[in-house]
Design a protein around this ligand. Structure first.
Ligand SMILES: Nc1ncnc2c1ncn2[C@@H]1O[C@H](COP(=O)(O)OP(=O)(O)O)[C@@H](O)[C@H]1O
Ligand SMILES: [Mg+2]
Length: 243
């Protein structure tokens, strides 16, 4: 059983898109998969379920099956924002998600945690609850800045509370091979992070942008789109890397 957090404090870099589509393909590949929506915006909950619910993972909400075989969801709740405040009051508030996931460990092969675009207590809980981190990075000029901050944060956690936390990989998203800046960012990241960068890159693709408006993963909406094939390839790489 592996818990994977998908996090980056920048918004709009493809975290949620990566969570729902990697999880969808992993379930298709026969892994018992759970998505935990740890973002008050509830975007993953809308794609995989019917949006925000009354209780979140922090209140012990159980996994519910999605329409995809082998894929379950614990949706975000309407008051997940407020939950963050109560977490801040408890001295073990950073470990709340880790404790909440304990009971689910034996029922799933993979648990994906979606994160909000910040470095607050919610993503902190995800980092302390996970075994692996996937960091989606949009191929653009300021991409590296946000990464450095998150990776420094991860190093701190590894040195103190959570020695087992591993960077599974950096996933280049909204990639456009024709764009020189994008190629530059890619080569810088590959040079710096070597094989910690997924070989698969996710192209900027209209099908990936449109799928959520139909409440669908790319595997349902258009599996043979460039984005669909890219996420399939990234999911295969992920599963191979976990073996
Ligand atoms: N590879 C892609 N190509 C085109 N649009 C994308 C791609 N990945 C994500 N998007 C779109 O970009 C927006 C932000 O993506 P999202 O996954 O919600 O980012 P985050 O969760 O990091 O905020 C969404 O509207 C999404 O549909
Ligand atoms: Mg998101």
């Amino acid at each position: 059983m592996t818990v994977i957090a998908i996090s980056n404090q920048k918004g709009g870099v493809g975290k949620t898109t990566s969570v729902v589509n990697l999880a969808g393909f992993c379930a298709l590949a026969g892994r018992r998969t759970l998505v935990v929506d740890n973002d008050p915006q509830g975007n993953a909950s809308s794609v995989l379920g019917s949006g925000l619910t009354d209780a979140s993972v922090y209140e012990g909400a159980p996994p519910t099956p999605t329409r995809l075989a082998g894929l379950s969801l614990i949706a975000a709740s309407h008051d997940l924002h407020d939950r963050e405040r109560t977490l801040a009051q408890g001295d073990r508030g950073r470990l709340a998600l880790r404790r909440a996931l304990e009971v689910h460990r034996s029922h799933f092969d993979l648990i994906f945690i979606d994160c909000p675009p910040n470095l607050s207590l919610l993503p902190m809980n995800a980092l302390l609850a996970c075994d692996r981190l996937i960091l989606p990075v949009q191929c653009e000029y300021f991409a590296m800045e946000g990464m450095a901050q998150l990776l420094a944060f991860v190093e701190d956690l590894r040195a103190s509370d959570h020695k087992g936390l591993t960077l599974q990989g950096i996933l280049l998203t909204m990639h456009d091979q024709r764009h020189p800046l994008c190629r530059d960012v890619e080569s810088q990241i590959r040079q710096h992070f070597g094989d910690k960068t997924f070989r698969s890159t996710i192209p900027r693709d209209v099908a990936l942008a449109a799928a959520p408006s139909h409440g669908q993963t790319i595997f349902e909406y258009d599996p043979l789109s460039a984005g669909g094939i890219a996420y399939l390839s990234a999911a295969k790489e992920l599963l191979d890397g976990l073996e």
